[in-house]
Design a protein around this ligand. Structure first.
Ligand code: FAD
Ligand code: SF4
Ligand code: SF4
Length: 497
């Protein structure tokens, strides 16, 4: 992926649009296949390295219509099967191609509560875009129809034109539902339950709602104002929001179902407990979990050095340990917070790296230095107990493991040191044990995830769960899909009780 300035892309699209729209006959499949895949305009890497603003700038109307015209409107639509919430993809894309954005957003909203979010953060290349016929014919998933970018385009069009509507709400039923956690799972359940006329109260441990969409995914990938708009819609629908409210501490599940009078509860508390490597030196000053680092930057606005109440330490040389999207977010945040050198250390190669290809490309453009086939053995301390470096080992790839990826095998005696002042551990998250520990009878699996049936119902009557607390660390769209399923079952249960 090479950076192309937004103005060049816009001029190219204008020219192509003039040619395509001048055609008298309806477009044939070969004409559609001949339209170049529309690149996403983005901020210049040299500039965006030092700001927190969104990297991807979004399609213009011409770019969106050209991209939409690339869709072959396949009768079998294999793309739909790749979407966890089965959006009518050819339907909404055809509406964009016809210039009917209102119809496009209505189709999207039949299946998704958060199209502006999913259009930005879904791993489309492994979901809806992976089976796309156009990508297959052109032998590259990068050339598939850009479903996510089109989804983002129409959701932004709706929001920017002030067309977002408050959904209709049925007459009050007098039933009360509590939702614990305000990530994509909790927000989806809140909307679906409130629409049926039930009272909804959302409980959030942090001082701001939104879950990982607000505290984890950085502003430069997902502007917080977009998530806030969704939350404003929920409050305008009459949902009550209680922040700084930790279930398991402030109130327990048994209090909510007992004296607080809730008829049903949904637990969507996510997977916010960071894993560590359990190596020497992980307790030194200058070692962060990616969760802490990103929360300080996103939620506590540590990048706003003049005004932030909880700034982060000014790092010079940072190592991020891990190869997923969280590692990319942490590394790219460190660049923006002013670190001179940021290394990403991963024990396999780029091929096995779980992060999205686009995120890796963006990180490289922004100057993150990748160290493959390396892993820290210990973190080194100076005389004050602060990080001064890491001792690393080199690896080579062996046979595939249970995940199908080739196993990294340590090369004996390959130790070497890297000088650093900050280490960010980004090797995954588990579920927080608080609710499990304070709710007798709530069944969980060996990883601490809540066990639910096919309707999202837990082992306790009237308690449902979904999202990362059930799936383990997953994705926004899967959390939303699980929320939809649980909300449907909860609405049915409430209607019959
Ligand atoms: P969460 O979003 O985790 O929300 C749970 C909420 O519950 C939190 O606000 C938490 O404070 C609250 N809570 C927890 N315990 C309690 C309690 N006891 N009482 C009250 N409130 C509580 N997915 C993608 O699809 N694309 C991406 O690009 C992507 N990038 C990511 C980047 C990062 C840094 C991280 C960490 C994750 C990323 N993910 C991404 C994963 C995705 O964000 C999650 O799968 C998704 O947010 C899970 O939604 P959820 O509603 O289950 O939980
Ligand atoms: Fe693709 Fe995600 Fe949109 Fe589904 S919600 S169509 S997976 S971008
Ligand atoms: Fe369009 Fe691709 Fe879906 Fe076919 S598979 S309908 S070309 S998006």
């Amino acid at each position: 992926m090479t950076y192309i300035p937004a103005e060049t892309l816009a001029a190219e699209a204008k020219k192509t649009w003039a040619e395509v729209s001048a055609k008298k006959e309806p477009l044939k499949p070969k004409d559609r296949m001949a339209i170049p895949a529309q690149e996403m305009p983005s901020q210049d890497p040299a500039i965006r390295r030092s700001n927190m603003e969104e990297v991807a700038l979004g399609y213009s109307a011409e770019e969106a219509r050209l991209e939409a015209l690339r869709c072959l409107q396949c009768t079998t639509a294999p793309c739909i099967a790749g979407c966890p919430v089965s959006i009518n993809i050819p339907g909404f894309i055809q509406a964009i191609a016809d210039g009917d954005n209102k119809k496009a957003i209505d189709i999207l909203k039949e299946s998704s509560l958060l199209p502006a979010v999913c259009g930005r953060v879904c791993p489309q290349e492994t979901q809806c875009q992976a089976p796309c016929t156009v990508g297959k014919a052109l032998k590259s998933v990068d050339k598939a129809v850009s479903i996510g970018r089109l989804e983002r385009y129409v959701a932004d069009w709706e929001r920017e034109n002030g067309l977002m509507e408050i959904p209709a709400i049925k007459p009050n039923t007098g039933k009360k539902v509590g939702i614990i956690g305000t990530g994509p799972a909790g927000l989806t359940v809140a909307a679906d339950i409130r629409r049926e006329g039930h009272d909804v109260t959302l409980f959030e441990a942090f001082h701001k709602p939104g879950g990982v969409m607000v505290y984890g995914i950085p502003e430069f990938r997902l502007p917080k104002a977009i998530v806030q708009k969704e939350i404003d819609t929920l409050t305008a629908m009459g949902c009550e929001l209680k922040t700084n409210f930790v279930i398991g501490r402030t109130r327990k599940i048994s209090d909510l179902l007992g004296e607080d009078g809730f008829d049903a509860l949904f637990i969507g508390t996510g997977a916010g407990l960071p894993r560590f490597m359990n190596i020497e030196g992980e307790n030194l000053v200058g070692v962060y979990s990616a969760n802490e680092y990103l929360t300080r930057s996103n939620l506590m606005r540590a990048y706003d050095k003049e005004r932030a109440a909880t700034p982060v330490f000014d790092s010079e040389r940072v190592a991020v340990l891990g190869g997923g999207n969280v590692a990319m977010d942490a590394a790219r945040t460190a660049v923006r917070l002013g670190a001179k050198e940021v290394y990403l250390i991963y024990r396999r190669t780029e091929v096995e790296m779980p992060a999205r290809v686009e995120e890796v490309a963006h990180a490289k453009e922004e100057g993150v230095i990748f160290h493959f086939l390396q892993n820290p053995k210990r973190i080194l301390s100076d005389e004050r107990g602060w990080v001064r470096g890491i001792e690393c080992l080199r690896y080579e790839l062996g046979e595939p493991d249970a995940s199908g990826r080739r196993r990294p095998v340590e090369i004996k005696g390959s130790e070497f040191e890297i000088e650093l002042d900050t280490v960010i551990v980004a090797i995954g998250n588990d579920s927080n044990p608080l609710i499990r520990q304070t709710t007798p009878g709530l069944e969980t699996n060996k990883w601490g995830n809540i066990i639910v049936d096919e309707n999202g119902k837990s082992s306790i009557e009237r308690i449902y769960a979904g999202g990362d607390i059930v799936l383990g660390a997953a994705t926004v769209i899967l959390a939303m899909g699980e929320g939809r399923k649980a909300a449907a079952a909860m609405n049915k249960m409430l209607a019959n009780s």
